[in-house]
Design a protein around this ligand. Structure first.
Ligand SMILES: Cc1cc2nc3c(=O)[nH]c(=O)nc-3n(C[C@H](O)[C@H](O)[C@H](O)COP(=O)(O)OP(=O)(O)OC[C@H]3O[C@@H](n4cnc5c(N)ncnc54)[C@H](O)[C@@H]3O)c2cc1C
Length: 448
């Protein structure tokens, strides 16, 4: 450790940063988290996928998830307007439908005993996870916004100010977990804006919204609902936060919002009104928070690690929240990276190659997510058809559960890709008119 203050300095105390701190502190590594805000603070990203459970289990965090009564999430539902013409045609035994659901319990997951995951109030969840890391011995400094990092031969200096005083803390390795601010991705000039996804979201919480309004059968309580809109590439999330509070968000392409020249309130309600039952039920509920926007959120990085440096969670990559993947990637990227960091500290090798296992696992996982999301936006109807078809259902569920890190390309994704190609190349295909306009080549991912 030489003259370093800590072995590892972590920028950001969201799920990626606090998970990293918990793994390291649990292994006896001295580490400090520098978090710009004072927790609890609100944050978007409230519905988890089951691969998060492995991390909670490793860190003995499951009891806290239960004690704090985060709603159990048993599965997911997708709905479209019943009159949508998209669902009229079948192809090669594949039949799409305007409503599908899937339950996590249908497929066993190695290392995950629970048949459910959670929806979370991120203010509460992030605070608990950060405190949990502190409980393992990680130092946590809140209200400290890092301005940059200076790297040198024998360490790195994390820079910040306290009042008017410029300060720095010396560490052996830096972890950037600063989320979509991507502090070090920007400093190193590694950030590449995604050429395809230019999504925009607008969201809030409602009290008293009747969540069964859009349910087409019983037993869908506490599922996440994704409601497709007739506007291209647009959808709404419906996420339970407590027994009576529901998070609602509209996701669309930024150009749709820009073109309308409306206030964001007007735009939000106009989008919702394209699903009239939902509109009526939400108007009968009480909006609890002002609408919040999220834009410009898709990018990749040229590299996820460098000498003495790793980028975890959103600081390393962000695509699109359609499959509720962000927090799981944040947790698992810290799971993989912490193992490499612990080894680097043992061997004294802090070169980029020491973080290779992490970098390759996360590149594989995010590439699979990216391709899955691309298919979804390119030919939405194929996604619901695959879920309904017993030949593919469990393979799609595996992706939805977040098990994406081991394979270069899961066979079900390759199959979807060849089907999309076929539809793209045949203008007379029954599904050709349904191709989304998000991308000319759905599989050419940025910095894959
Ligand atoms: C519209 C939308 C919907 C989403 N829906 C979902 C969902 O349903 N499920 C899901 O899993 N994910 C979802 N996500 C993604 C999810 O929000 C993120 O993937 C997740 O929060 C990533 O965690 P993180 O720790 O990497 O970053 P963050 O949670 O953003 O945490 C980063 C932390 O770093 C701090 N920070 C930033 N800069 C500095 C600095 N210079 N110094 C010190 N601290 C700093 C910030 O204050 C913040 O607390 C959604 C995202 C969007 C945009």
């Amino acid at each position: 450790m030489g003259d370093s203050d800590f072995q590892v300095g972590i920028i950001g105390g969201g799920p990626a940063g606090s998970t990293m701190a918990a793994y390291l502190a649990k292994a006896g590594i001295s580490c400090a988290v520098f978090e710009g805000q004072l927790f609890p603070r609100p944050h978007v990203g409230e519905s988890l996928v089951p691969s998060s459970t492995r991390v909670f289990k490793d860190l003995n965090f499951l009891p806290q998830m239960e004690e704090n009564k985060f709603p159990h999430k048993y599965g997911a539902v997708w709905t479209a307007a019943a009159n949508s013409r998209a669902y009229e045609h079948d192809w090669e035994g594949l039949a799409a439908d305007c409503k599908v659901d899937i339950r996590f319990a249908e497929r066993e997951q190695v290392g995950v005993e629970q048949t459910y995951t959670y929806h979370v109030d991120r203010g509460k969840f992030d605070n608990l996870l950060l405190q949990h890391a502190h409980g393992f011995g990680a130092k946590v400094f809140e209200g400290i916004s890092v301005s940059g990092v200076e790297f040198c031969e024998d360490g790195a200096a994390i820079k910040y100010s306290i009042g008017r005083k410029e300060c720095s803390t010396k560490v052996d390795i830096v972890v950037d977990a600063s989320g979509r601010k991507t502090l070090l991705g920007n400093q190193m000039k590694w950030r590449i804006k995604d050429p395809v996804f230019d999504q925009y979201a607008i969201h809030t919480w409602f009290e008293g919204y009747n969540r069964s309004t859009m349910a087409f059968k019983g037993n869908l309580d506490n599922y996440i609902f994704v409601h497709f809109l007739p506007i291209t590439n647009s959808w709404i999330w419906q996420i339970p936060i407590t027994a009576s509070i529901t998070s609602i968000g509209v996701v669309t392409q930024k150009r749709h919002f820009a073109a309308r020249r409306e206030s964001r309130e007007q735009f939000f309600w106009d989008c919702i009104s394209s699903r009239p039952e939902l509109f009526t039920a939400l108007k009968a509920a009480q909006q609890l928070r002002p609408l919040k926007e999220e834009g410009d959120y898709s990018y990749a990085m040229q590299q996820l690690a460098g000498d003495r440096l790793v980028l975890v969670g959103d600081a390393g990559r962000f695509v699109d929240p359609i499959f509720s993947t962000g927090v799981s990637i944040a947790l698992n990227s810290s799971r993989f990276a912490s193992a490499d960091i612990i080894r680097a500290l043992e061997t004294g090798n802090f070169k980029r190659e020491a973080f290779h296992n992490f970098e390759s696992a996360i590149r594989r996982g995010t590439k699979n997510w990216y391709n899955f999301i691309s298919v979804y936006y390119r030919l939405n109807v194929l996604f619901t058809a695959f879920i309904l078809d017993p030949r593919y259902r469990l393979d799609v569920l595996k992706l939805l559960q977040g098990d994406v890190y081991e394979e270069q390309e899961p066979p079900v994704l390759a199959r979807m890709r060849s089907m999309v190609n076929e539809v793209e190349q045949n203008p007379n295909h029954v599904w050709h008119k349904l191709l989304g306009d998000l991308t000319a080549n759905a599989f050419c991912s940025a910095a894959a």
